[in-house]
Design a binder for this molecule. Structure first.
Ligand SMILES: NC(=O)c1ccc[n+]([C@@H]2O[C@H](COP(=O)([O-])OP(=O)(O)OC[C@H]3O[C@@H](n4cnc5c(N)ncnc54)[C@H](OP(=O)(O)O)[C@@H]3O)[C@@H](O)[C@H]2O)c1
Length: 213
């Protein structure tokens, strides 16, 4: 599942300026301050990027089941409170660390981060960022990292699916299932049961997006 949040349209009343006002740059972020409670929007202080890191102006953030679980304290990772949820995003590169060679300022990118993407900007390692082709929108690209990353990890790295082998997808209606079908058929040239093709054609991706622009 995924949704869209537009930070510019957030009601001003939601903004609590607790975080060190006036001391350097700040950006707005959705914070999980208490487990099983609604997220709050706060201004948080920017930090400098490390040598391998990239600061991204986040436009869209996918909302995944993992975000829901982590905000309930039910995910395998339990970040200390308060934390910013969000593990996949799209946006434009704002700043690069001294050793970054894969992207440059202004590039349109998608990325995965370790729970800090539901914000106007986030910092992530250059290894977890990919440039978006010109003909793909930031909105469409934002939900690709988790679903397609999971599909590639499962089929290529774990199952080592080979051309001509049959892949069984037990639930192919949502983002992950559809990505598995796409990767299996179009990248790995494996076979998929016709019934799953039917499901894929019937439904588009079930993901919801969070829009920050
Ligand atoms: N291990 C990993 O790395 C990893 C990574 C990604 C996802 N996942 C897991 O994979 C699962 C799917 O994630 P997703 O991002 O693909 O979610 P998604 O896009 O929301 O898809 C979930 C699908 O399940 C269907 N569904 C929900 N409840 C159902 C029910 N009671 N009976 C039948 N169908 C039902 C939904 O149908 P409707 O659209 O009709 O509601 C939707 O098509 C989640 O459990 C997620 O945590 C794991």
């Amino acid at each position: 599942m995924a949704a869209r949040l537009c930070a510019r349209h957030l009601p001003p009343v939601w903004l609590c300026r607790r975080a060190a006002q006036g001391q350097g740059r700040h950006y707005r972020a959705a914070l999980c301050a208490e487990l099983k409670h609604p997220l709050i929007t706060e201004e948080v202080a920017s930090r400098p990027v490390g040598p391998q890191e990239v600061r991204v102006d986040v436009h869209f953030c996918g909302i995944n089941f993992a975000d829901i679980l982590v905000c309930r304290g039910q995910y395998q990772e339990k970040p200390p409170l308060p934390f910013i949820p969000g593990i996949e995003f799209s946006g434009a590169v704002l700043e690069t660390g001294t050793d970054v060679s894969t992207v440059k300022k202004g590039d349109r990118v998608i990325g995965v981060s370790n729970f800090n993407a539901m914000a106007e900007e986030c910092i992530t390692d250059q290894k977890t960022l990919w440039r978006i082709p010109e003909n793909v929108s930031l909105q469409d690209a934002a939900v690709l990292p988790v679903s397609y990353g999971t599909a590639i990890l499962a089929l290529e790295h774990r199952a080592r699916a080979q051309p001509g082998e049959t892949v069984l997808v037990t639930a192919a209606a949502g983002a992950t299932g559809l990505a598995v079908i796409d990767v299996a058929t179009n990248v790995l040239r494996a076979k998929i049961n016709d019934a799953f093709h039917h499901v894929m054609q019937r439904k588009s991706t079930g993901k919801v997006l969070l829009s920050l622009k």
